[in-house]
Each structure stands twice: as C-alpha cells, then as structure tokens.
Ligand binder design. Structure first.
Ligand code: KIV
Length: 268
C-alpha cells in the first residue's frame, strides 16, 4: 500500500499542484476496488439515497443509513481518506446538534472527516465541528439538499448576484476551518476564480478543469444508471450493458441446461 491519505496530505496536494481524485463509494467491494486503484478520497455521499436506494433526491437519507454504508466502505479501505456526508437535517438545527451528530458519525462509522452543504449560512456550524477536531469538507454551488429552494438541479452562479454569493460562501467555508470544498455545478470561470483565491483545495463536479481535484458518483463513471446522465458526467464504461449481457447469458444457460456443469456441482 502506498502512503495513507490524510487531511493534511490532501491540503498539501494543492500546494504541490497534485490533482486530487475523489469518487463516491457505498459498499465494501467498490471501496476495495477504488482504494486499490489509488483514489485519494472515498466519499460516502448522501447520493446513496438516489443512486442506491432509488429515492428521487437525497433528502430522505438518515444518519443510521449513512453510518451503515460508511462502515462498509471503511472495511474495504486501507489507503484513501474516507469522508462521510452529513445528511439533511443532521446539522442544520443547532450547533449542539451538529456537533453531536458529527461526533456520532465519526465514532460509529470509522470515517475520517464529514462533509456538509452550505457556505455563509453554515459558517458557525463548520467552525464548531472543526473546533472539536473533526475535519470538515464544505460543499457549495449546487447543494442537492436545497433542491426545493433551488427549484431543481440547476447550474448556480451564472448571474452576478449568485456569483458574488458563491464567492462569499467559499471564503466563509475556508475561514470556518474546512480542509477542502466541493464546488458543484458552477461555471468554469467562477470555479477558477475561487480555486485561485482559496488556500484550501477545491474539488469540482460540473465545475470545470481548474479545480484542485474532481469528484464523480461512481455509478455515473461506470455507466450503471442508464440513459439519463447530466452533461458534466463522463461514463468511462457502459457497465449496465455488460451486466445485462452477463445476466442474459446466465438465464440462457440455466434454461438450456449449460449451467451448472460438473465443475459447479457436488457429489455424495
Ligand atoms: O452526495 C454526493 O455524492 C456528493 C457528491 C456528488 C459531491 O455530494
């Protein structure tokens, strides 16, 4: 195993101009594959709600569900930094509640950092969690937990007022003590400006090439989710097709008696 990835290590990657790779993972087998491939950060995103559980958005995901999936990811990980998403309403109510939930999620899941959505509005919360030495990754721009307020999954920061707000959010997240920040669905030029202004790494998704790192949902990268795919996603393989073909082959062989063979059978 090459050197374990740590929070200071991620911060140093920006200084050394090394691009950070982050992918989502929700279970042990995927975590093991991604970790062995050398991905720097495994994010147990609350996207588990839409990607794995079939919800239409991330809002129903619970703390217990996040802990369950993160424990599975931690069991499959040796090198990568594991970050757990704080789900909707696990940090928004009060500082005390946010600290208690962040603490529980780290303690029970084995993750090494939490991620939460919001900028200026979450500055106090991020500050309080960092003050108890739990590393926080911020998440600004399109924040899926605000889907109803935003009116859907829309690119943010295209008009001047929004752009200014997102820059203020980025500065607030850094000032609050976050070690990195996800920039989701904002124009490339805005992401570049923020990346140059901040001393902490920016990790982009739909935010162009100038971020210090990139993140994708693993099911998108592998082409597991079918035809609907946001334009910022690149699928590197069509696994849905590969899986369908394998399953069709299995059904054919069961039906024509070609499987199981002697090799797959036991005898008295
Ligand atoms: O929940 C998630 O997977 C995320 C990433 C897309 C950044 O927040």
């Amino acid at each position: 195993m090459s050197k374990k990835v740590t929070v200071p290590g991620i911060k140093a990657m920006k200084e050394q101009n090394d691009k950070i790779t982050m992918l989502t993972a929700y279970d042990t087998p995927f975590a093991r594959i991604l970790d062995e491939a050398g991905v720097d950060i495994l994010l147990v995103g609350d996207s588990v709600g839409s990607v794995v559980a079939g919800y239409t958005n991330t809002l129903p995901v619970t703390i217990d569900e996040m802990i369950y999936h993160t424990r599975a990811v931690v069991r499959g990980t040796e090198r990568a930094l594991v970050v757990i998403d704080m789900p909707f309403m696990s940090y928004q109510i009060s500082i005390e509640d946010a600290k208690r939930n962040a603490g529980r999620m780290i303690k029970e899941s084995g993750a090494e950092a939490v991620k939460l959505e919001g900028g200026v509005n979450m500055k106090d919360i991020i500050e309080a969690i960092c003050a108890i030495d739990i590393p926080v990754m911020g998440h600004i721009g399109l924040t899926p937990q605000s889907i109803h307020q935003m009116g859907g999954h829309k690119v943010q920061g295209k008009v001047e007022e929004q752009k200014r707000k997102i820059i203020e959010d980025a500065v607030a997240v850094e000032e609050a003590g976050a070690f990195a920040v996800v920039l989701e669905c904002i124009p490339t030029e805005l992401a570049q400006e923020i990346t140059e202004q901040l001393s902490i790494p920016t990790i982009g998704i739909g935010a162009g090439v100038h971020c210090d790192g990139q993140v994708l949902v693993i099911h998108d990268l592998l082409g597991l989710l079918g035809d609907f795919r946001p334009s910022f996603v690149k699928s590197y393989v069509d696994l849905r097709k590969v899986i369908s073909q394998a399953v069709e082959e299995y059904m054919k062989e069961v039906r024509n008696g070609a499987f199981p063979t002697e090799k797959h059978s036991f005898h008295l």
